[in-house]
Design a protein around this ligand. Sequence first.
Ligand SMILES: *Cc1c(COP(=O)(O)O)cnc(C)c1O
Length: 363
Amino acid sequence: MFELLQAELGVALRDYVGRETPLYLASRLTDHYKNSKGEGPLIYLKREDLNHGGSHKINNAIAQAMLAKRMHRKTVVAATGAGQHGVATAAACAKLGLDCTILMGNVDMERQSSNVLLMKQLGAQVKPVEGTFKDATSEAIRTWVGDLDNSYYLAGTAVGPHPCPNMVREFQSVIGKETRKQALEKWGGKPDIIVACVGSGSNALGIFHEFLRDEDVRLIGVEAAGNGLESGNHSATLAKGEVGVYHGAMSYLLQDDEGQIIVPHSIGIGLEYPGVSPELSFLKDMGRAEFYTVTDEEALDAYTLLCGLEGIVPALEAAHALAYLGKLCPTLPSGSKVVVNCSGRGDKDVATVLQYNKNKLPN
Ligand SMILES: *Cc1c(COP(=O)(O)O)cnc(C)c1O
């Protein structure tokens, strides 16, 4: 049974999702970060933006939808923030003939309206929930628990009750496995550094997991500092959170002195979650991965930079990982190989970024 699932999943990842995704040498971005002597690291992008649906979310959504079908569940329930997981889940359910209900915060539905239309077109029922992603997640879990025989809760990221974090990480680990193989083909070695944005941890763990035991590979997660770490208006859970329990898991958590959740903020809406993967929390504690933050402004500028230099429109979430290159590159030996996980594409964010660039004062 497990082998059958693996075989079916392998075919779907290849012919439906479009894997493997390229490991792309971003040569003009590489040139951009060279110093005056022409030295700098080589920057490669793992092109998860080229997946069906426009992000890494489909790797996990299609696999779990196959599980739901094997478990004879009729309805799939999922929560989405920026809408990428909603689109991926709606597509997977249409392909497999499952009913699909997507819960989404009413605030997010306004901010990412193009994805709401896509989900509906793909046959999903989109139900608004007062609030944002964390509220939609609570409601999705509640809906699932209310009808355990017929419904399946399809977790979109590496948080929530066990075994959700494990399953999601396992299904996303295809990103790192491909990266290892492609690095070997391209330069006969491993990446020196892997950089990924951290919302809740699925794209980061997806590319990190394969390399956890390779101590010579630096793993860097980039969180959203929003309006600034001291503003109180951010999603930097690993930087600023304290250990707590939320949605059935223990991790770092944005909470006040009384244990009440602090509402997270980021321009990358898919990064807005007050908790974070328990596994990433552990990697922070044991020192295996490093974590840094970039602000909304830095991410918005990185978005425009990649558009202009490579003709690639990254998701604002992924732009957080790209934005950290500005600080990272000057510290690296020339010729280091840096792989950035380009977790998704940014069509959904074009209006936000155009507005930001229009309002920006010329300096
Ligand atoms: C959902 C999403 C993220 C954030 O989620 P993680 O679980 O931290 O990966 C990042 N990038 C894109 C494109 C997303 O859709």
